[in-house]
Each structure stands twice: as structure tokens, then as C-alpha cells.
Write a protein that binds this ligand. Structure first.
Ligand code: NAP
Ligand code: MG
Length: 451
């Protein structure tokens, strides 16, 4: 059997060997999940809710253990890793409120009664990337299970450890076997099988835009339901009337968090021309002060990149440009890139257009509000963005004008489990999280009863 050696990206030391599922094993797991579906959908709403709450409680009791796994497997900081494990618990608790609330409508009609139902789909395949292994898994499985589906989940090859543990914790919490099955394996094997297997009724994919397009094309063959959360090149728009010191102090965290390996990273900073020099004066010390350390150190604010390949990819972008501001990074073992700020004047530059997925931010001045919106929207992506201004009218106006799914004014927040999350344009299709997420894992059925 093929195995994958998980490596600590901060030390390059092996952490664990994980067996990779074959197509035959994926088929067997999908068949078992399909069988389990009939019993799972029949569990009464209150009992399904109670099981999900129990799962949340068991995750809560293992937050530190899960966080420790993510620190070693993915190079996440302790603070992030604890938040991520807590996010799985919170998502489960939130969607545990859904089973009793999945009500349909009664619609007035002549000659009878018309009612609608939200029926579960069946087996849902969740494909997870390596950048946020725990939250992205939970955003898929929690609402899918709540709506009465069974789930097969493929973690990224590089980061399977927390997903495998969550699968064990689900059983410990009393979820029936085969309701949530974690299948470590290759995208080209297990991931592709989710797309082609007729008993997988929906694919929920997070990852690169290129693979997302292939998955959407593959799903078309069976008109399979699909949700896509893809890349981003989000803009942080800073107006001259904002608190420039505060905007500059927060900007590094909006892009260098998780070493920039974040689909919501504000990797383009647009600064009103009259404030451009002053903003950079504030930005430099904030970038230089970032504590880039082995994340096993609680003081670390930024860890390494996930792999040598990702490190080389990011370095390739930096080799083409002049770095205006560079932060620190450790020497020696580990896949490190220092946080880097690049001043750009040509919107055609590769570093301005492409998702780097590393600790690199490009900065450009703009002339006025219309110009800022034009630059922000001059991209195929549309996931998130920020607006810094003291004029709330302008904040709202620009938030409405930017073609992206998640905007924040005078803040960089984008993800809360109880608000919707997803992308415009090539950043994705559909929404996750928020009150409507379970609906994305159901079919709406209409029933007419003749009087
Ligand atoms: P990726 O190839 O899209 O991988 C994401 C997930 O899809 C992984 O579980 C992967 O499995 C799986 N996969 C790969 N090929 C597949 C296929 N043909 N069919 C079904 N599943 C498949 O992303 P990546 O290579 O890890 O990262 C490349 C770039 O994608 C990054 O540099 C970044 O720009 C972007 N990215 C975006 C996000 C996001 O949150 N939006 C997350 C990660 C990456 P394996 O692990 O086996 O490859
Ligand atoms: Mg890939």
C-alpha cells in the first residue's frame, strides 16, 4: 500500500506515515456511506442534533491535541491552530441547531395543499486543501451531516493528521459508522473518484482555481452538485481619511497570517496617493516586527510555508521583483520565506495579478474612489477585501462596488461560522457557512396533495 510521509514544515523532520487510499478503498467507503445514509437520514431531528452536539463536545475536549497536530503537520501558530480546532467545535454546535429547523413552506394553491421539503442529497464528497485543514473540513461536514447526508472527506495529502483524528472523534462521540469517513489519499485518485462515482451526489471542493474548474467540468457529466471555494487576490483599500497608523499596523496580519497561505489574504494593498508615503512609513516597522519563528514557540506569529515546492514557487515571484520591505525569517531547516512588501506600478505585473499564496504583498497608489474600485475589480478573482476610511458612507459604497463575496470596513475579518462565505467570479461557486449552509446540502421537493 502507498503511504505518504507527513513532514513538519518548520523542521523538515518526518511526523507520521499515512496510508493513501486506493480507488478500490474509495469505492468501498462510498458504498458504505451510501448504506449508512438511509439510517442516518431517518435519525429523528432531535437525535441528530444531539449527536452533533456530542461530537462538538468531544472536539472541545481535544482542542489542544488537535492544535498540536496542526502545529507540527502544517506549521500553524499555536494561536491559529487552537482557533481552528475551536472553529470545528463551533461549526458543529451551530449546525446542530439545523436538523429541527430544516422546515419547508406551505404554499397556497387551488384544489389542494402544497408543501415543500428539504431532502438530503445522499453521500457528499468533501475535498480539503492543506492551508486550513480543520476549518475547511468542518465547514463541509457539519452542515452536510446536519441536513441528513453522509460524508466522505479527503484531506490534502500534505495535511491529513487532524482530519483523521476528527474522524475518530466522530465515532467516539457516537456518530454511527460510515456517517463521516475520512479517506487520506491523492487528489488524482480519491478526489477524482468523488467526481466520477455516481453515488457521490455532491462535491464540496476548496483549493486551486485550476483544479476547481476540472472538478466542475467533471461533475457536469452527472449534473452533480458542486460548491467551489477557490483562490483570491483580494484588495485592502486604504483611504487617506483613515487612521493610517491603525490601517498599516493591521495590514501585515491581513496577508501574512498563515504565511500568506490564505485564500482571503489581502495580497494587494491600494493606498490613496496623498497618503502613500506616510502609509509605507507606518507599514515598514509593522512588517519588520512580525515574529516569524518555529510555531512550536508560542510567541511565533508566522510559521513556514507548507512545503519546499510552495517555498520555491513563492521565491520565484520574489526573484522577479525588488522587495521594498522585508521582515525576518529563521535560517536553517524549514521552508521559510520572510514577509515581503513589493511596490508595484504596473497592474499587468505578475505579482499584482496572480495568487502567490505566500507572505508577499503588493502595494500600489490610487487617485480617487473610482480608481480604487477599478483597480480592486481588475482581477478574475473576487473572494474578499477590506476598506479603511473614516467615512462610513464611503465604506459602505465601496464595499457594495467591490466584486467580492466578503468585505470588511475598518477590519480584516472575513470568516465567521454564522455568516455566509464564498467568492465572486473565479473565486468560487456557491456559499458556505452562515444560516443557509445546510440548504446547499439538500434538494427542495414540492408535494401537492389534492383535496
Ligand atoms: P489543489 O491542487 O487545488 O488541492 C486542493 C485539494 O484538491 C487537495 O486535497 C488535492 O489533493 C485535491 N485535488 C488535486 N487534484 C485533484 C483532482 N484532479 N481531482 C480531485 N481533487 C484533486 O491545491 P494545491 O496544489 O494544494 O495548491 C496550489 C495552489 O492552489 C496554491 O498555491 C493556491 O494558490 C491555491 N490554493 C487555494 C486554496 C484556497 O483556500 N482557496 C487552498 C489551497 C490552495 P492532493 O493533496 O492530493 O493534491
Ligand atoms: Mg495541486
Amino acid at each position: 500500500m502507498d503511504t505518504f510521509t507527513v513532514v513538519n514544515p518548520a523542521t523538515e523532520q518526518p511526523v507520521a506515515d499515512v496510508p493513501l487510499a486506493t480507488v478500490e478503498q474509495a469505492d468501498a467507503a462510498i458504498a458504505s456511506a451510501h448504506e449508512a445514509f438511509h439510517a442516518w437520514r431517518a435519525v429523528s431531528p432531535g437525535d441528530r442534533a444531539a449527536l452533533l452536539r456530542r461530537f462538538a463536545a468531544v472536539v472541545d475536549a481535544h482542542v489542544d491535541e488537535l492544535a498540536e497536530l496542526e502545529v507540527r503537520n502544517a506549521g500553524h501558530t499555536w494561536g491559529n491552530a487552537r482557533w481552528e480546532a475551536g472553529n470545528v467545535r463551533d461549526c458543529l454546535n451551530y449546525y446542530a441547531g439545523a436538523p429541527e429547523r430544516l422546515f419547508g413552506r406551505q404554499i397556497p394553491v387551488a384544489g389542494g395543499t402544497d408543501v415543500t421539503f428539504h431532502e438530503p442529497l445522499g453521500v457528499v464528497g468533501v475535498i480539503v486543501p492543506w492551508n486550513f485543514p480543520m476549518p475547511i473540513a468542518g465547514w463541509g461536514f457539519a452542515p452536510a451531516l446536519a441536513a441528513g447526508n453522509t460524508v466522505v472527506l479527503k484531506p490534502a495529502e500534505l495535511t491529513p493528521l487532524t482530519a483523521v483524528r476528527l474522524g475518530e472523534l466522530a465515532l467516539e462521540a457516537g456518530l454511527p459508522e460510515h456517517v463521516l469517513t475520512v479517506l487520506p489519499g491523492k487528489g488524482s485518485v480519491v478526489g477524482e473518484r468523488f467526481v466520477t462515482h455516481p453515488l457521490v451526489r455532491k462535491v464540496c471542493f476548496t483549493g486551486s482555481t485550476d483544479v476547481g474548474k476540472r472538478i466542475m467540468a467533471g461533475c457536469a457529466d452527472q449534473v452533480k452538485r458542486v460548491t467551489l471555494e477557490l483562490g483570491g487576490k483580494s484588495a485592502n483599500i486604504v483611504f487617506a481619511d483613515s487612521d493610517l497608523a491603525a490601517a498599516a499596523a493591521s495590514a501585515p496580519y491581513a496577508v501574512f497570517d498563515n504565511a500568506g497561505q490564505d485564500c482571503c489574504a489581502r495580497s494587494r494593498i491600494l493606498v490613496e496617493r496623498s497618503a502613500y508615503d506616510e502609509f509605507l512609513t507606518h507599514l515598514a516597522p509593522a512588517v519588520e516586527a512580525l515574529r516569524v519563528l518555529d510555531p512550536s514557540d508560542e510567541a511565533s506569529e508566522m510559521g513556514p510555508l507548507i512545503s519546499s515546492g510552495q517555498r520555491d514557487r513563492v521565491r520565484g515571484y520574489l526573484d522577479e521583483v525588488e522587495v521594498a520591505i522585508a521582515g525576518q525569517a529563521p535560517d536553517g531547516a524549514g521552508w521559510w520565506v520572510p514577509p515581503s512588501v513589493v511596490a508595484v506600478d504596473d497592474p499587468a505585473a505578475r505579482i499584482w495579478r496572480e495568487e502567490v499564496f505566500g507572505p508577499v504583498v503588493a502595494v500600489m497608489p490610487f487617485d480617487d474612489e473610482a480608481h480604487a474600485v477599478e483597480l480592486a475589480n481588475d482581477t478574475e478573482y473576487g473572494l474578499s477585501g477590506s476598506i479603511y476610511t473614516s467615512d462610513l458612507g464611503r465604506g459602505l459604497r465601496v464595499a457594495r462596488a467591490v466584486e467580492a463575496g466578503n468585505l470588511s470596513v475598518n477590519s480584516h475579518s472575513s470568516v465567521r461560522y454564522w455568516t455566509p462565505f464564498g467568492g465572486y467570479k473565479q473565486s468560487g461557486l456557491g456559499r458556505e457557512l452562515g444560516p443557509d449552509a445546510p440548504m446547499a446540502f439538500t434538494e427542495e421537493k414540492n408535494v401537492f396533495l389534492a383535496h
